[in-house]
Design a protein around this ligand. Structure first.
Ligand code: PMP
Length: 410
């Protein structure tokens, strides 16, 4: 694939063109939130300047335009992830976390009970781990975790042991936000289906970074967030197979999601509206539509290749530093563009703080994977993550900052 023209790309991200105390900003925190390019900001700003109104098919001109834009955004995002049912298979939520909660509550509270098992992986984000854990506690279901190997991959032998006829739901992260591992989700979904279990895939780190086809994966449910894929905050997505979403009851209630309401009872509208009560994220949907257009124009194969290239360069550069430990698989097709690490004698928070002194933005902490950090035997890691606008040259300031931290704490 043809490499990205990163200079041209950066021109659409004015936020990157700034200094922190006189040093040029190096933004290596895109796995937390990616930056938003001009075409996306412009689409939202145009929406507010020209089209803003509440949706749900109001009678007046602006409401009709806003409704059409909001509805179309569902179809466009569905198409982007290979969901042929369009809006019938694509619900807008607040974020990946809400998408997880929606299914865990709407499906899990109804379907799970004693004797049922929910199978997760040890590398789940709290968005999935805490949600299924709590819904399992309320329903009497058990939770099992597929173990992570020494080299940061899923132990697929253990997966085959965990997934049995008692499995009701397999919920697995597609790309780990801590280890960078790209999990074999097709294989996991097939295993679950062989045992008649449903599957939920957390694609928060996958959809932004590689081509994703939910139908090729055959996932029953698949979730992701706008703010990690060049889109705005405040909007997330839930893909679900049409028949499954159609037969579920709503998770949240209110206006805009009903068919008929009396003082005694209510009935629900069609998917996706039945899962989108209240005023939805309309401008954000317009922004996400623009983000999907933007990413598709670049080409997701090229985005993936760029990420892999940067991850490999960072991995190699950091590997040369004494006392530095990198977590997750070696660079390759099953490692995404993020690198988590610890440095001997330096707490991850101090490391991030010294990086900040060098205007290098990285994240430190448990990255919402506390149990995984317990398994790794560390309280916190530092994480550098990359996106379309990062260059290989930006790894050098990171290395310098780490070496500075090392000498300060020596
Ligand atoms: N899952 C993964 C793998 C993530 O990286 C994140 C974001 N850190 C989430 C879920 C949660 O996403 P959000 O905060 O947008 O709900």
């Amino acid at each position: 694939v043809e490499p990205l023209d990163v200079e041209a790309i950066r021109a659409e991200y004015p936020i990157l063109d700034q200094s922190v105390d006189g040093t040029p900003l190096v933004y290596l925190d895109s796995a937390a939130t990616a930056q938003t390019p001009d075409p996306v900001v412009d689409a939202m700003s145009d929406y507010y300047r020209e089209t803003n109104a509440n949706v749900h098919r109001g009678i007046h001109h602006l409401s009709q335009q806003a409704s059409a834009a909001y509805e179309e955004a569902h179809d466009r995002v569905a198409e982007f992830v290979g969901a042929s049912g369009g809006r019938k298979e694509l619900v807008f939520t607040k974020n990946t976390t809400e998408s997880e909660n929606l299914i865990a509550h709407a499906w899990g509270l109804r379907e799970l009970g004693p004797g049922d098992e929910v199978v997760l992986t040890q590398m789940e984000h709290h968005a999935s781990l805490v949600t299924w854990q709590q819904v399992a506690m309320r329903t009497g279901a058990d939770v099992k975790y597929i173990e992570v190997t020494e080299d940061g991959r899923l132990d697929m032998d253990h997966a085959r042991e965990c997934i049995t006829d008692d499995t009701a739901m397999l919920s697995a992260v597609h790309v780990s936000n801590t280890l960078g591992t790209v999990n074999p989700v097709n294989e996991l979904v097939d295993l679950a289906h062989e045992h008649d279990a449903l599957t939920f895939i957390d694609g928060a780190q996958a959809v932004p970074t590689r081509p994703v086809d939910v139908e090729a994966i055959d996932a029953d449910f698949y979730a992701f967030s706008g703010h990690k894929m060049a889109g705005p905050t405040g909007i997330g997505c839930l893909y679900g197979k049409e028949a499954l979403l159609a037969e579920l009851d709503p998770y949240l209630y209110g206006g805009g999601m009903i068919r008929k309401v009396t003082y005694d009872d209510s009935t629900w509208g069609e998917v996706p509206w039945k899962f989108e009560p209240g005023t939805p994220p309309i401008a954000e949907a317009v922004g996400l539509h623009a983000a999907v257009d933007y990413l598709e124009e670049i080409g997701m194969e090229r985005v993936q290749a760029h990420e892999e290239h940067l991850a490999e360069a960072a991995y190699d550069a950091l590997s040369d530093i004494d006392g530095l430990t990198i977590y997750g698989p070696e660079p390759g097709p099953d490692r995404a563009g993020l690198v988590s690490f610890t440095l001997e004698n330096v707490h991850a928070h101090d490391l991030a703080s010294i990086c900040n002194d060098h205007a290098v933005a990285i994240r430190a902490g448990d990255h919402c994977t506390q149990p995984l950090h317990d398994t790794l035997g560390v309280a916190a890691t530092a994480r550098a993550s990359f996106y379309v606008y990062n260059t290989v040259d930006e790894i050098e300031p990171l290395v310098e900052a780490i070496e500075d931290a090392q000498s300060l704490f020596a």
